[in-house]
Design a protein around this ligand. Structure first.
Ligand code: URA
Length: 243
């Protein structure tokens, strides 16, 4: 079989084939979006499943998830008090994804995750790993700010978790770092305390998952930074192993 087309008409034919493949993807994507726009709450999981099966790029799928599936989400009571939905940010094709708990005041205002004091510490942690925020992806279990920064409630986590799962299924990172109790328990499907889960490799859907303390906790208990640094060093090694 020839790898490169030889004549101009071969090139044209190859281009036509590519374009028609591209158009098919766009059309089925549009159909997905239309269906989602009409979807009832119970149909959302199906919409996500359908999206995950699309042939499009991770970039396109993340955009559809954000703009068409989550859209102006009113699935739980946090929609009444939020300013912005904090979807997540960074490199969609990253090897490493950090998952936090829920947005705080600064994140609610800007729509970006980890922008406040805990966020600044997370940025330092990422830089200590010789990475930048732009090279990794950062998101939360719950996408809207709980009032007064209270803990997210079980019904809020249950409504929002399918979006986190979809993000991770689209990105398929090499390693996930779960920050704090809610992310650790949610992703490791365990109710064990964070002090037990922390520092012990587990898996989320076949992806190595490192549970560690939340940067907000480190601001209150700086002596725990040493343990988190050990966890992050283990993550750095795991990322290298994979290359
Ligand atoms: N804490 C979190 O868990 N997430 C944020 O985005 C900010 C603070």
């Amino acid at each position: 079989m020839e790898i490169f087309p030889r004549t101009l008409s071969d090139v044209a034919q190859a281009l036509r084939t590519r374009l028609s493949l591209f158009e098919d993807t766009q059309v089925s994507l549009m159909l997905t979006q239309q269906k989602i726009a009409r979807a009832s709450k119970s149909e959302n999981v199906n919409a996500i499943q359908q999206l995950l099966q699309e042939k499009s790029t991770a970039d396109v799928k993340m955009r559809v998830l954000k703009d068409s599936i989550i859209a102006d989400c009113k699935r739980c009571k946090l929609c009444k008090t939020r300013t912005n939905i904090v979807f997540g940010s960074g490199n969609i094709n990253a090897d490493l994804v950090f998952v936090g708990e829920a947005p705080g005041a600064e994140e609610d205002k800007t729509g970006e995750p980890f922008m406040g004091r805990a966020g600044k510490l997370l940025t330092k942690m990422i830089e200590a790993m010789e990475l930048s925020r732009e090279q990794v992806y950062i998101c939360n279990v719950v996408k809207c700010r709980p009032p007064e920064n209270r803990n997210p409630e079980p019904d809020e986590i249950a409504e929002c978790e399918p979006f986190l799962k979809a993000q991770l299924a689209i990105m398929k990172p090499k390693v996930i770092v779960a920050l704090g109790r809610f992310a650790c328990q949610c992703l490791s499907r365990s109710e064990s305390p964070i002090s037990t889960l922390r520092g012990v490799w587990t898996h989320y859907e076949g992806i190595p998952l490192m549970p560690t303390y939340h940067p907000a906790y480190l601001l209150r208990s700086p002596s725990k930074k040493k343990e988190v640094w050990e966890d992050l060093q283990a993550v750095m090694l795991k990322l290298k192993e994979k290359h």
